[in-house]
Ligand binder design. Structure first.
Ligand code: UD1
Ligand code: UDP
Length: 367
């Protein structure tokens, strides 16, 4: 039996882990045993627990309860506590997802204990080192033994960095697995609850450090969205990440916040559950986002997407014309993406069987 310890901690990791855990339980339980560890990086009910319940993720075997802190505090705390888990569990491989502080802490701790590391969503690059996630993903790739790449671009990036081909695997994107399986269970009650008509509202998410902690940029984004909502008389729904909630309460111009709160067409709502989020994505007319996961889901559900960033790791989305980068001029970004008439959505993200592929590679390579 191969023992896998999986470390998760942030919202998108619960969603990715749901897809892998389900396949391990359904198809590999005679070969692979998974021990699930939650770092506690995200802890609000609607940032953590809701995903476990709704997506039927097993209760974590360990909860490290690190909570929030500076990047170093958070990473160091996770590392310290995770080391104790690894010393107890002595797994054959550690699985980490994406590019959060939980990811780098898990990968580094395992590598120092000489435990093989499998990085799911390897090879992505923004080439912007100001972004905390870029530091996390580059370092994680460099201590990993299995690099599961979601796209051809990710493979090309790793080849440019001279990784050995033997550890690079073109697995496809596990978020596509999640979208296909859980997407069928979308919770459309969220539409009526918020007075939203199908194909007649915009969806936005904002949480990147570069958009929330830069006060000028934070104000610019919210003012631009408010102006667009008023000018085009369209409803916008924005599930608020707790980081962004704190940022707008503290740093958004008070008059702007008041106007947003009194504008019926500008809906700030609490973080959505995954099944609600999928329903919001499937039924909106345009997505505005700085999220990696939401950019891709917009593509999965064939929605035009305005990316509220200067660059993206998911370059295929922009190259195909279905997404446009618009960190500042959102109105122009919207016009550009709405002028894209392509109905062609190539399978950049694989076939939705990424979890199965990953299990097979792990089973084949770890005795
Ligand atoms: C983290 C990841 C980011 C990922 C995002 C997914 C890092 C460096 N960043 O960003 O890559 O895209 O998760 O959502 O790991 N907070 C709460 N309740 C919670 C969680 C957070 O109130 O349950 C607040 C705290 O004030 C905290 C802030 O949000 O300080 C930021 O949380 P943190 O986990 O540090 O970073 P995210 O912005 O969530
Ligand atoms: N998501 C969610 N509720 C929300 C916002 C996002 O369930 O209110 C989901 C979204 O559908 C996607 C994932 O969370 O699957 C993306 O996570 P997030 O935007 O927090 O982080 P990123 O992908 O940028 O790392």
């Amino acid at each position: 039996m191969i023992k896998v310890v999986t470390l998760v901690g942030a919202r998108p990791q619960f969603i990715k882990a749901a897809a892998l855990s389900r396949v391990i339980r359904d198809s590999y339980s005679s070969i692979i045993k998974e021990v699930l560890v939650h770092s506690g990086q995200h802890y609000d009910e609607n940032m953590s627990e809701v995903f476990f319940t709704e997506m039927d993720i097993p209760k974590p075997n360990y909860h490290l309860e690190v909570g929030s802190g500076s990047h170093t505090q958070q990473t160091a705390q996770i590392s310290l506590k995770f080391e104790a888990v690894l010393n107890t569990e002595k797994p054959d491989v550690v699985v980490v997802y994406g590019d959060t502080n939980t990811t780098i802490a898990g990968a580094l701790t395992a590598a120092k204990l000489n435990i093989p590391v499998a990085h799911i969503e390897a090879g992505l690059r923004s080439y912007n080192k100001q972004m905390p996630e870029e530091v996390n993903r580059v370092l994680t790739d460099h201590v990993s033994d299995f690099l599961f790449c979601p796209t051809q671009t990710a493979i090309n990036n790793l080849q440019k960095e001279n990784f050995s081909d033997s550890i690079i695997h073109h697995s496809g994107d596990i978020m596509y697995d999640a979208a296909l399986y859980y997407g069928q269970k979308a919770d459309e009650s969220v539409l009526a609850k918020n007075g939203l008509e199908k194909n007649n509202y915009w969806l936005a998410t904002i949480h990147r450090q570069s958009n929330t902690d830069d006060i000028k940029q934070l104000n610019h984004l919210f003012i631009s969205l408010l102006e667009l909502v008023k000018k085009q008389n369209t409803k916008l729904v924005l599930p608020l990440h707790p980081r962004t909630k704190k940022a707008i309460e503290t740093h958004l111009d008070k008059a702007v916040l008041e106007e947003i709160n009194s504008t019926d067409n500008f809906l700030l709502i609490p973080p959505a559950s995954y099944l609600e989020m999928v329903a919001l994505e499937k039924n909106c007319s345009v997505v505005f986002t700085d999220s990696g996961g939401v950019q891709k889901e917009a593509y999965f559900y064939q929605k035009p997407c305005v990316v509220l960033r200067e660059e993206t790791e998911w370059v295929e989305l922009v190259e195909s014309g279905h997404a446009v980068l618009a960190p500042t001029n959102i109105s122009d970004g919207l016009s550009t993406v709405l002028n894209n008439n392509s109905k062609d959505f190539p399978q950049f993200f694989g076939d939705g069987k990424t979890a199965d592929f990953i299990c097979k590679i792990i089973a084949k390579n770890i005795q």
